[in-house]
Write a protein that binds this ligand. Structure first.
Ligand code: ADP
Ligand code: MG
Length: 249
């Protein structure tokens, strides 16, 4: 079953074309890792998927929600964008937690404000999710009292709180001290094992080898090459992929 279908996605910032026609299909429970040099359009691609950036052209479908780009953002389309976002958990490089809320309040916030879940129920759900990411004993800590790795795990729990169809991660470990990377990747790996559908932009190649069903190499706003991790990392077909991998070593 296809969970994400993107066709011919294009985005320019002014005169600067950043996505030049990206097609992507992601199946249920598939884990797709996107790699590529800085500036190749990886973040813009993820952001366009949820309309954090408005694409110029293309079709995006996530679950039952299909967005045709272009044209005016009228009320009907804005509603469709909101519905699509609810089904998409987004984890950013900078953890983006509310600094004045505790870990558990951060995780409760979405269900309460978006779905009108009763606070007691939302709190129970949030606690379950914090236990799941290994932070059952940090529920009442504020972000400033948590390490970067712990904050990012709260951010993952928060993204999970709306029961998303798919999780998107944009370099989730790039802002972390090296010793904290593993605990975050471990949580993502466990979600993969549970069958969560995920698209992950990361430079962590060992992680990609372990967890990815498919690796996509992006450069210059297009998908240059994709395949299983062994094929892309050990037998890249394209010169651009080879050059990137040599530099990344
Ligand atoms: P990556 O995540 O692969 O490093 P990005 O998607 O962040 O690449 O950026 C791709 C290109 O788009 C870069 O040239 C960047 O400067 C440009 N870009 C990204 N966001 C914006 C923006 N909001 N306004 C103008 N240019 C942008
Ligand atoms: Mg980026």
């Amino acid at each position: 079953m296809k969970v994400i279908e993107v066709k011919n996605l294009k985005k320019a910032f002014g005169e600067n074309p950043v996505l030049e026609g990206v097609d992507l299909t992601v199946n249920k429970s598939e884990v797709v890792v996107i790699m590529g040099p800085s500036g190749s359009g990886k973040s813009t691609f993820l952001r366009c998927l949820t309309y954090l950036e408005e694409p110029n052209e293309g079709i995006i479908r996530i679950g039952p929600h299909e967005l045709h780009t272009g044209g005016k953002l009228d009320r009907k389309r804005k509603k469709e964008i909101r519905e699509l976002r609810k089904k998409t958990g987004f984890v950013f490089q900078s953890f983006n937690l509310f600094p004045n809320k505790t870990a558990i309040e951060n995780v409760m916030e979405g269900p309460v404000t978006i779905y009108g879940v009763k606070p007691v129920e939302a709190k129970a759900l949030a606690e379950t999710l914090l236990i799941k990411v290994g932070l059952g004993d940090r529920c009442d800590h504020y972000p400033s009292q948590l390490s970067g790795g712990q904050q990012q795990r709260v951010a993952i729990a928060r993204a999970l709180s709306l029961n998303p169809t798919v999780m998107l991660y944009d370099e989730p470990t790039s802002a972390l001290d090296p010793e904290l990377v593993r605990e975050v990747l471990q949580v993502i790996k466990e979600l993969a094992e549970e069958g969560m559908t995920m698209v992950i932009v990361t430079h962590e190649m060992n992680f990609a080898r372990e967890v990815a069903d498919r690796v996509i190499f992006m450069d210059g706003g297009v998908i240059v090459e994709q395949g299983n991790p062994e094929d892309v990392f050990d037998h890249p077909k394209e010169e651009r992929t080879r050059r990137f991998l040599t530099m990344a070593e």
